[in-house]
Design a protein around this ligand. Structure first.
Ligand SMILES: C[S@@+](CC[C@H](N)C(=O)[O-])C[C@H]1O[C@@H](n2cnc3c(N)ncnc32)[C@H](O)[C@@H]1O
Length: 454
């Protein structure tokens, strides 16, 4: 059962950028408390939840529980038949995820989606948990993301080179997700060219044998084509010959377009001589052009060549803040995900780490004029004393995320014409216990970031 939230939010104006007008936010605090705090006032406002939670590799420190049993101890207990700890490792991880995912669902707009990065250790349990919380019918995809092209050579058998992105819709029938992109269009799929640019020829005949003159009677009719100049019409014209839809083996087929569409869009059709089993004959093709607006469906395997590798991710963070966080995600992974949702999406990442999601949102807006907003939540977690981050004055992981957001904003502002306002950032910390006298609760300042919809 979820206990009520016992925390306040306190604005940290000096850590933000143009705090009052800032459209992005970073909260330092346990995400369960922050999600509870937002649950009532921000329900149904989020378009995209992306999270990259701890993968439960045994050394993760799971919040907010006291994680006192190591994987080694757990394994030793299990093999010695002490089943008092049976399932403990996974149960503890699932106890971390379940209430947070349940609250994330409440925050999602009915057209929204949630995408969760995970590896092979917990993917099966996470999928079952998400099916339970979001509904099996709202499952969208289990995407294989290959972020480590060389593979983990230290892995016991195969050199694992991929992980997963589990995607669920809040409501599969209403989702705003468009899983297609301009970048996935391959110009070599359009091998022909004329004065209007590249194109390909697609058979006008329906190549799916399920559609035939018995199943689709109205699509089985003759069209008229000119044997020399290739013109095609639904009606007879001078020197035209009749062409029926047939499969390669000569059996009867159907067209993909109705007679009415063939007549109205006849400039997009051409007839060509082909060699069939019964000798040469005319067939009809659609001239399918490569236009700038063209998109192609995204596949369910995303490669490091497309979205960046783990090495790229480290370099991207290093370029902005330094080599201060070991496991960031590549910006390209987030950019691809953002591109599947509307340009004015409210984006929430409550396992923020170094703030890759924030960088991706700000850069996506700068590139396409979008008005996305993003809210990051990162637990209070100190960086390693004496490590790279600490040496750079970054005492906590939230400080890394804040520094990354500020650096991205600065870079983005530098690229803008002078006078054009740039993005801004509101930073908050979670502070204990609501009733404390004299403590301001700044939650409304965070809630405003979610209230894009009027
Ligand atoms: C795998 S990292 C995320 C990395 C991030 N995607 C990036 O690109 O930098 C997971 C993060 O979640 C944080 N975390 C773990 N438990 C948390 C909790 N209960 N609330 C908020 N953050 C938490 C960890 O401190 C860690 O920074």
């Amino acid at each position: 059962m979820l206990l009520p939230c016992a925390s306040n939010l306190r604005a940290q104006r000096d850590l933000g950028v143009d705090f009052e007008s800032g459209e992005h936010a970073l909260v330092e605090g346990d995400n369960l408390e922050v999600l509870k705090l937002l649950a009532s006032s921000c329900a149904g406002t989020v378009d995209l939840v992306y999270i990259d939670p701890p993968y439960n590799r045994g050394h993760d420190r799971l919040y907010p529980d006291d994680y006192s049993v190591t994987r080694k101890d757990y394994a030793a207990r299990s093999t010695t038949g002490d089943d008092g700890a049976s399932g403990h490792l996974h149960a503890q991880w699932l106890s971390l995820m379940a209430p947070r995912l349940a609250l994330a669902r409440e925050l999602l707009h009915e057209t929204g989606i949630i995408a969760v990065s995970i590896d092979q250790l917990e993917v099966s349990r996470l999928r079952l948990l998400m099916e339970e919380l979001f509904g099996e019918e709202n499952f969208v995809a289990e995407i294989v993301v290959s972020l480590n092209p060389k593979g983990r050579q230290l892995a016991p058998f195969f050199a694992t080179s991929h992980e997963y992105l589990l995607v669920f819709a809040r409501d599969f029938r209403k989702t705003a997700l468009v899983a297609a992109s301009k970048e996935s269009v391959d110009p070599s799929d359009f091998p022909r060219a004329d004065e209007r640019g590249r194109y390909r020829l697609l058979p006008l005949r329906n190549t799916n044998k399920k559609f035939n003159p018995t199943s689709s009677r109205s699509m089985h009719f003759a069209v008229w084509a000119h044997p020399r100049d290739g013109r095609v019409r639904a009606e007879p014209f001078e020197d035209a010959v009749e062409v029926w839809p047939v499969f390669g083996d000569g059996s009867s087929a159907v067209w993909r377009w109705s007679a009415r569409r063939i007549e109205s869009d006849c400039d997009q059709l051409v007839a060509r001589q082909v060699k069939g089993r019964g000798g040469a004959r005319l067939d009809v093709y659609q001239i399918d052009r490569l236009t700038p607006e063209r998109t192609k469906k995204l596949r369910t395997i995303w490669t490091s060549a497309e979205v960046g590798s783990t090495d790229d991710a480290v370099s991207q963070l290093k370029a902005l803040v330094g080599p201060v966080f070991p496991t960031p995600k590549p910006v390209g992974l987030l950019r691809r995900l953002l591109a599947t949702m509307p340009k004015d999406s409210v984006v929430l990442d409550f396992f923020a780490g170094s703030g890759t999601t924030g960088q991706a949102v700000i850069e996506a807006n700068a590139d396409d004029g979008g008005t996305r907003r993003c809210v990051l939540v990162q637990a209070v977690e100190p960086t390693e004393p004496g490590g790279e981050a600490a040496q750079r004055g970054l005492a906590s992981i939230a400080a890394i995320a804040a520094a990354r957001m500020r650096a991205t904003i600065e870079r983005c502002r530098a690229a803008r014409a002078s006078g054009v306002p740039g993005p801004g950032l509101r930073v908050f910390e979670l502070s204990p216990a609501a009733p404390e006298a004299g403590l301001d609760d700044d939650r409304e300042l965070l809630v405003q970031v979610f209230r894009r919809r009027s």
